[in-house]
Design a protein around this ligand. Sequence first.
Ligand code: ZN
Length: 275
Amino acid sequence: MHSAFLENGNLITAKEYIPDLHGVQLFCLDKVCRVPLIFVQGNDDVSPHFKTSGKNDSVHKKNCGFSRKLSFQESVNKVAEFQQDLKNKGSKELLIRLNLNAIDPDYVAKSIERDEKEKDPTNQEEIKVKKDSGTPQSIGSLKAVKKLFLGYEPDILASIIISVKGKKIAISELIRSHEESHKALWEFNTYENVPYFVHGTVERIIRRDKVWFIKFDSSFSLVVFDRYFKHFTYKDDQLIGKNILAYGYLKKNNYNPDKPSTEMIIKSNKYLEFL
Ligand SMILES: [Zn+2]
């Protein structure tokens, strides 16, 4: 763990921690846990961190976010919880730039046209790893998002602020389950002109002449229009029952006023990642 609570209720990171100054009482930051922790000095291989000693009460409780490796969904949920809990408690912010232009077939076509003359610096395929913070400085694919949530502890993830389309947004606001995304959109809790990530299990697929719907449930669908059919090659059985992460802009569908639903427009296979 990279952060812990001090006796006075403030958060401290292992990098900033000075025992004489801050005291030796340290506690797990998960509210379901709060067990005592010990400090481990860093060396060339490991950065300074906090951990349980395994003795007496110093063992993470069962539902604590640090008790075991979390799945993608568990990690996303825990990070959302931490971003709420740790607000205004002195947590550090880690800024990561999100730019998924490279997955957009329209953008790629345009950039190939001008590619010979000027290389576009925003066109980043993969994440770049910055050595000192450990976390990437930028994210350029859905795979990188998945890797982030599976590769870092929830306290690090909870400190991540995403820079996207000129806005700075807590990572837990950008990645939600399809139920939460639907709710957020219809309760006006989303940013305009900002793309989102949703995760969920595909329930069924409807393929019409001009449009395909990949449905999580009756109120949330991913939508592929016919001009992008050639970029979306997954068969029904590759998707149904699968847990996926999808990326795109959220759109209200009030065709049926009694049953408002939410759509996310996607353009190719690259807008999905299997979890
Ligand atoms: Zn704990």
